[in-house]
Design a protein. Structure first.
Length: 56
């Protein structure tokens, strides 16, 4: 695919597979969507665990 991998919105580090992240997104109006990765890529902003710990 030609999509950029997700990145932390604070430090810009690339999010790796199976890594714990925190996502900021709106709760969907529709129900029953199945393509969660596509939805997250289009609608969410991610924070890596290190940046989340620094903010808290």
């Amino acid at each position: 695919m030609l999509f950029d991998p997700p990145k932390c919105m604070n430090c810009g580090r690339e999010i790796e597979g199976d890594e714990q992240v925190y996502a900021k997104l709106r709760y969907p109006k529709r129900k029953g969507f199945t393509e969660i990765k596509v939805y997250l890529r289009n609608e969410a902003s991610f924070l890596c665990e290190d940046c989340f710990e620094k903010r808290a």
